[in-house]
Design a protein around this ligand. Structure first.
Ligand SMILES: [Mn+2]
Length: 311
């Protein structure tokens, strides 16, 4: 048997990097069989499986891709979900890249020979792979459809991300038809695998996506914590507020606002520590305690902009 052509995603793999390797290996093996080629394709990975990937592969009876840390010189490789050397497997410069399937900007991987390259500006690499299967009339088995669907959902944050496109929606609908799954529910199950809320260090909860803004002569901090488990997130409200007060005192912020955004319910809880007069007048609320506002998803457009405009 020929030595396998390996299919590999980026370092520090996410669900899309691993699911795309599994999905593309299915597609390439099927295509080779139809075309009477004896090429064999093997999905591999460069790091541990994210919890949602481990769960989903197990549910579908698919073995985890083999873990590797480098490739030998001359090894034939297909890249998924990346095309930049600094994200790629060690040794790639001396290997032979024979294909790329991706949804990122074009980086710096150079090849000696012409290759197959399918790059689309869609929400996930698995969207591209689902489209490839359909284009080639390759019927997707339920297990592989679950794998592809999972990564479209995690990469597009269940279609809520600004990176989600019409094509992602179409492929989700197609894969729902095969798997019999409802995508919102499945997406929620996947995000819940991350466990997240209870284990997240509080400085990440508050600070992972925090930005300073100048409001008049003062500086404020506006942070956003996105979740699919609002109840779990709000169990940590007191801890979050204590950390917000600490930040406010240390940095001299006029106020610290944390939006706890439920991406499924499409709204946000407003948590304010410090001088809440500005937030109150802009949004017509009393933020001395937590207030929910429907429809608030974007810190930039719906929160920071009106607060800055009010001064
Ligand atoms: Mn991706």
């Amino acid at each position: 048997m020929a030595e396998p052509i390996i299919i590999v995603g980026h370092k520090n793999p996410d669900n899309d990097a691993i699911s795309a390797a599994v999905g593309l290996a299915f597609f390439e093996n099927e295509l080779a069989r139809r075309q009477g080629r004896d090429d064999v394709y093997e999905a591999v990975c460069l790091g541990p499986l994210p919890p949602e990937t481990a769960w989903n592969l197990e549910q579908n009876g698919i073995d985890a891709p083999r873990l590797i840390d480098h490739v030998e010189a001359g090894q034939k490789v297909m890249l998924v979900d990346h095309n930049e050397l600094k994200q790629a497997v060690d040794g790639l410069a001396d290997a032979e890249v024979v294909g790329i399937v991706d949804h990122h900007r074009i980086g710096d991987v150079a090849t000696a020979a012409p290759i197959y390259m399918t790059v689309r500006p869609w929400g996930s690499t698995c969207t591209v792979i689902s489209a490839l299967c359909r284009q080639h009339d390759i019927e997707i088995p339920v297990a592989i459809a679950n794998v592809l669907l999972s990564a479209i959902l995690t990469d597009t944050v269940i279609l809520k991300s600004p990176t989600a496109t019409k094509v992602d929606e179409e492929q989700i609908a197609y894969l729902e038809g095969i798997t019999g799954k409802k995508y919102v529910e499945f997406g929620q199950q996947l995000f819940k695998c991350r466990g997240g809320e209870a284990d997240l260090p509080i400085e990440k909860y508050v600070g992972a996506d925090a930005k300073e803004f100048e409001v008049g002569s003062t500086t404020v901090l506006i942070a956003q914590h996105e979740t699919v488990d609002l109840e779990g997130a709000m169990k940590r409200e007191e801890e979050a507020r204590a950390y917000m007060r600490k930040l406010q005192e240390e940095k001299g912020y006029d106020f610290v606002l944390v939006l706890v955004t439920d991406i499924l319910a499409e709204g946000s809880n407003f948590l304010v520590e410090g001088n809440h007069a500005v937030v109150d007048s802009v949004f017509g609320i009393d933020s001395s305690k937590t207030v929910w506002i429907d429809g608030i998803l974007s810190r930039k457009k719906q929160v920071a902009a009106p607060i800055l405009a009010a001064n």
